[in-house]
Design a protein around this ligand. Sequence first.
Ligand code: DHB
Ligand code: MG
Length: 219
Amino acid sequence: MEETWRAVDVYFEEKLATTDETMEHILKKNEEAEMPSIEVSRAHGKMLHLMAKMAKAKTILEIGTHGGFSTVWLARALPEEGRMATFEVNPKHAEMARENIESAGISAEVEVIEGEALSTLPSILEKGYPRFDFIFIDADKENNSEYLNWALKLSKKGATIIVDNVVRRGKIIEDTDEKAVPQIRDMFDQLSKDDRIETTAIQTVGQKGYDGFLMGVVK
Ligand code: DHB
Ligand code: MG
């Protein structure tokens, strides 16, 4: 089945332009730098791009830049005066992301903020950013609940919040203490009684296997 999931993603690439030279260049650079290939899939990168367009986002926040693959997809959705801040803890990954953002021609709109996101997020508004229209959380899963709380504090009413990797091959409903699964479940527990956001989640298959996105709109 996984072979079919991958083949269908390739079919989407051919029919729906879910990739292009810039994105392939980024994936190649990240691979050459021996970064783990944990970027969102091509089709989901474009999905995030389209969601940011649907939301007419003028300001985007990303927690977990990695090599900048999703960053570039998202930043491409911004209007001319748009701004994006993306947070990355690993200096090598931040450097790769800056190079990839530069090669994509969008470095004027995007700032890569290096350091522990939980230390750098609290001062983001003081740095002159307005509250955000669209937030993508895709960093260490152990801190998802805290990232979600920051996302809620830093977003406008009506903002979109997306969280990657919330299904983990269905492990989310298993009684397991496998890496980060209990903390992802803690986030769902928090959401079950959080009246600040309306949410759903979607299970996904494809080039990156079986996982899913949480999505919500801030009340
Ligand atoms: C993995 C995938 C991700 O999308 C991510 O953000 C972190 C880890 C993984 O498959 O290990
Ligand atoms: Mg991810």
